[in-house]
Design a protein around this ligand. Structure first.
Ligand SMILES: [Zn+2]
Length: 274
């Protein structure tokens, strides 16, 4: 049984509307490595295909959360990828040039609530906000993809912005009985930042990191966190930037190769980059 304080995290990747290729991809099971306590880092079967991917924040319903309490955290969760990748490319090829720019757009709730994905053809990654969903009990965020044949290829990140609070036990007058009351509360800005950072990793083409016998804090793509802890923030790590550079090359988003052949890699030994 999972403690309410540490309800597990990130939903996996929902492959929404897929290309045949992704079906093949799903059959991949890194279990051989995991069973042996091995460390493995998965990739998603696509790359962002534009020089400057556009990240579209579809602002939440006003009665869900107050967007402006979270705006800095959300922007940070996105921008931290761009900054870290630029820094790493600077290290690898200071003279050759590179571009890891992400463009962030925001749409007011009133502007998007009745619209379809096809109304926002410029968006490569959508970020949308939903309330806690009982059906997806342990999920804080989900990233789904449509990389089917249409020209508009995109990812949709859904953030479940309210979650059950840590359970509080109330003793009745009758000591024989007690009730559990669980409130559904907005997640903290800190948790928001963490979820956005993780789901953005998926949106850019990363799968999950399995630590095996190694330290789970080597990667933001480890798939669990504690919701209500205030010190739970782990930004993307060296290994996460390394993974994206393995995928796109050191020059940034401008290289487009499809399909992506590599499904996973074994992370280099930690001592190589600490
Ligand atoms: Zn995930």
């Amino acid at each position: 049984m999972i403690s309410p304080l540490y309800v597990m995290l990130f939903g996996l990747i929902a492959f929404g509307l897929l290309p045949a290729m992704a079906e093949k991809w799903e059959s991949f099971e890194p279990s051989w490595a995991i069973k042996q306590g091995g460390e493995i880092y998965e990739f998603m079967p696509f790359k962002q295909s534009e020089l400057m991917p556009e990240i579209c924040i579809m602002k939440p319903a006003p009665n869900l959360i107050d967007y402006y309490d979270y705006q800095d955290s959300i922007w940070y969760g996105i921008a931290v990828w761009e900054e870290g990748l630029n820094e790493m490319s600077e290290m690898f090829q200071p003279d050759k040039g590179y571009s890891w720019q992400l463009k962030i757009l925001e749409f007011a709730y009133e502007e998007h609530v009745t619209k379809e994905v096809s109304d926002y053809i410029q968006c490569n990654i959508f970020i949308v906000f939903e309330p806690f969903d009982k059906e997806k009990e342990n999920t804080l965020g989900i990233t789904a993809f449509d990389y089917a044949n249409s020209r508009h290829k995109y990812a949709v990140i859904t953030i479940f912005a309210t979650q059950p609070a840590p359970a509080v036990l109330y003793l009745d007058d009758d000591p024989e009985t007690w009730d559990t009351q669980v409130d559904i509360l907005p997640i903290t800005p800190n948790t928001m930042r963490q979820i956005i950072g993780h789901e953005m990793g998926h949106g850019l083409g990363l799968g999950h990191y399995y630590a095996g016998m190694n330290n789970p804090s080597r990667s933001i793509m480890e798939f669990s966190m504690s919701i209500w802890s205030e010190d739970n923030y782990l930004p993307p790590q060296y290994l996460d930037y390394y993974a994206l550079i393995t995928k796109y090359g050191t020059d940034g988003f401008k290289v487009w190769e499809y399909p992506v052949q590599q499904q996973w890699f074994i992370p280099p030994h930690p001592e190589l980059h600490t």
